[in-house]
Design a protein around this ligand. Structure first.
Ligand SMILES: O=C(O)CCC(=O)C(=O)O
Ligand SMILES: [Fe+2]
Length: 220
């Protein structure tokens, strides 16, 4: 029963993913859409993860899920309880779901940042815990096999938009991630070196740590 429910969920999830992927591509206004379309065509590795976060006596000491970026296009069903936070302009913003409305959160991942030459930026996010309620989320990902060549769409490189990332294969990216660099591993594969990238992302590197919405709003 449970596996049937997951199968059904994944069929629907695939449809939504393709719709969103299409919108992501359209947003780039490139002529050669197949550069992006082939990413999700053919053989694709799919993942289904259900995350469980029990209530925590001291949320200031325990994080639910460490700061990271997703590799691909992440589709996260947030459930009914808050906890998901994303980093915007150096400040943690809480994304609170509406109860009973099956809020779906779409994360742009690292591969998309690389393919789009930084036009889309991968979302730095984490999950914080709370003392009161347990939380369940569902995260589904889909990506090409690990030997898929990851490179920037040539149409998106020009004098004003120099190429930021070197071409690599998925395996190289994954190796860096497995070493523990789970937040923007692509920063290890820049054409100009890390210093260049650190400048571009300077604002995003000021990590303030709060989940208090009033503090978040005041700093935004
Ligand atoms: O639990 C969440 O809301 C986020 C989960 C997540 O970021 C992930 O599974 O990569
Ligand atoms: Fe994530």
């Amino acid at each position: 029963m449970y596996s049937n429910a997951i199968k059904e969920y994944l069929i629907g999830n695939d449809k939504v993913r393709l719709l969103i992927w299409d919108l992501v591509i359209k947003g780039l206004k490139v002529k050669n859409e197949s550069f992006f379309k082939k990413y999700l065509s053919g053989s694709v590795n799919k993942g289904f993860r259900s995350n469980y976060y029990p209530p925590c006596p001291d949320p200031s000491k325990v994080v639910g899920l460490v700061v990271h970026t997703d590799s691909t296009l992440g589709l996260v069903q947030l459930g009914d309880v808050g906890g998901y936070q994303l980093m915007k302009d150096g400040v943690w913003m809480s994304v609170n779901p509406r109860k009973g409305e099956n809020t779906l959160c779409i994360n742009i991942g690292d591969y998309i940042e690389v393919m789009s030459n930084n036009q889309y930026k991968s979302v730095i996010h984490r999950v914080v815990t709370n003392t009161e309620e347990e939380r369940i989320s569902i995260d589904c990902v889909a990506q090409p096999p690990w030997d898929f060549p990851l490179s920037t769409c040539p149409e998106l490189i020009d004098e004003d938009h120099p190429q930021i990332y070197k071409p690599i294969i998925g395996k190289e990216y994954q190796a860096v991630k497995l070493e523990g660099h789970v937040c923007r591993p692509q920063k290890f594969f820049t054409v100009a070196g890390d210093a260049h990238l650190e400048l571009r992302h300077a604002a995003g590197n000021v990590f303030t740590s709060t989940s208090d919405p009033s503090v978040v709003a005041a700093r935004a």
